[in-house]
Every structure is written in C-alpha cells, then in structure tokens.
Design a protein around this ligand. Structure first.
Ligand code: GLU
Length: 280
C-alpha cells in the first residue's frame, strides 16, 4: 500500500489542502510559516496547489476586542469580515519568502451548485492556477454561513477539490488521523486507510477541534472525505504539522481510497484489497 499511495501522491499534479481555524490562528498563528513552507515546496515541484483556509472568524476576534468566539451569527460574520484580510495578509507575507503570489477566492457552497456561478468560479480558478498563483479559498461568510455553523470549511474543501478536478485532497486538523473512537479515549486505534466501499460503521466521532475557535471535527472531516472520494479524489486526513510528510507521500494520517471508476480519476490507490486498515 505504501508505494501505491506514495505513487498516487507523487503523481498528483493538482492538490487541494484544507487547514482549519485552530491550526493557524491565535497561539497557533506561527504554524502559517511551516504550512506555507510545505505548500511552497509542492508548488516548486510544479504542483498546482489550492489552499482552503478557515480562520477568518478566529483571526478577527481580537480586532473586535472580544474575549472569545461570539455566539451570534452576525458578530461571527463581522469577525470574519475583519479577520479575512488579516489572514490573507499573513499568508502573503509568508509566501513572499518564496516569491509566490496568493489569490483570494471567497465562495459559497451554493455558488458551486449552480451552473453560472460554478462556471465563473471554475474559469477564475483555472486562470489563477495557469498563472502560477496560489488560490486561497474561504467561505464568503457575509452571504453564506454553512461552514460557520457546520464544518469549518471541510465540506467546502471537498466541493472545491471537485470544482478544480484535483488529484488529491488533504484535510488538516489538530489530530494526526481518524481514530476508531476519540483519540484521547483508551483503546482508540488509528485508521490508516478507508476503502471506497467502507461506511465506517461503528466508528464514534468526537469533536477533534482543540482550541474551540472552529467548528470542524472528525465527523465533518469524514463526511467531506467521503464526498471527495466518491467523486474519485483520494483524500488524506492528518495533522497540520504533518502536511510536509503528507505531501511527500509518507504514510501519515488516514487515507481514503477514491471510488474506482469515478469520472476523470482512474486514480492510483484504488486497486488494493478492500477493507479498513487499522494501525496502532
Ligand atoms: N469560514 C469561517 C472562517 O474562516 C469558518 C470557520 C468558523 O466557523 O470558525 O472563519
């Protein structure tokens, strides 16, 4: 499996990486630089990289002089409006070390479901990538609030990976993989690989966001991973600190096999024996 998976990652020409709020805001804002290092390394190999980043609300909170995440949706949206430009500034400052230019793309799931805005978004993304720009996508929180309430951009990342017909989706979080139960519980075992036909019945998903500033968790990651895998895109769920390993084809996190025969993706990684692989 490892060489098969390594080959799939090495062959990926277009990769979508999603990072959550708690990984790159507040005390973890310093993780932007190593994340950018990993993305820039892939970009330097000629890979087309799209970053889907949450963190607008979390980054905006101190600018609104709030002690913690606001409870009401309108103030969350206000925090996102304030935090989004700070977030993009931080990414650009970090990307400057490599001479890479970021492009801000704000989308809604609805945009991606309707042919006209979907076509517009697709054309813009293709052009950005052809120009070797690194698109940084977030939900457009002033007009849509799905990810604020349910997913910290996990679902959006799966939809974006389909929009750009990515060869790989990497979902980053605070935890290094999906486990058979919340990882702090005794007996939790890392799931190394999820076969395309495995519904993960009997797996308990706790909330794995540790800092309380985002809304994603293992459940939303698995849902998003399935959405992309069903469309033929292989997925890795792992920790933000392991992104470099994941992009180098190392056997980290949880790998979701793409559905064999799904459109446009006769992807490597689909031919192994079915069944979930558990790794201690
Ligand atoms: N789009 C939101 C953000 O970037 C989602 C994350 C959240 O709910 O905190 O901040």
């Amino acid at each position: 499996m490892s060489s098969e998976r390594g080959a799939a990652v090495a062959a990926a020409k277009r990769i979508v990486v999603k990072v959550g709020s708690s990984s790159i805001s507040g005390p973890n804002a310093g993780q932007i630089a190593p994340l950018v290092d990993a993305l820039a390394t892939a970009h330097g190999r000629g890979v087309e990289v799209v970053l889907v980043s949450s963190g607008a609300i979390a980054t905006g909170i101190p600018y609104l002089r709030l002690d913690g995440r606001p409870q009401d949706l309108a103030t969350q949206q206000a925090a996102a409006a304030v935090g989004q430009n700070v977030l993009i500034f931080r990414y650009q400052e970090s990307l400057d070390r490599y001479g890479i230019v970021a492009g801000q793309v704000l989308l809604t799931a609805g945009d991606l479901e309707h042919p006209t805005p979907r076509g517009n978004a697709q054309r813009a993304m293709e052009r950005l990538l052809a120009l070797r720009i690194l698109p940084i996508v977030n939900e457009n929180d002033t007009v849509a609030t799905h990810e604020i309430r349910f997913g910290d951009n996990d679902r959006l990342a799966a939809l974006v990976s389909q929009l750009v017909d990515a060869d790989l989706l990497v979902l980053l979080s605070d935890v290094d993989a999906i486990y058979t139960k919340p990882p702090q519980q005794p007996g939790a075992v890392r799931i190394g690989r999820v076969a395309a036909d495995d519904d993960l019945a009997g797996i308990e998903f706790g909330d794995i966001g540790s800092a309380g500033v985002g809304t994603g968790g293992a459940g939303t990651k698995v849902g998003a991973a399935r959405l992309a895998a069903e469309a033929g895109i292989p997925v890795i769920v792992t920790a933000t600190g392991l992104v470099d390993d994941a992009l180098s084809g190392a056997e980290v996190g949880t790998w979701f096999d793409p559905r064999p025969g799904a459109p446009a993706h006769q992807a490597p990684g689909t031919t192994g024996a079915p069944g979930t692989t558990l790794e201690a």
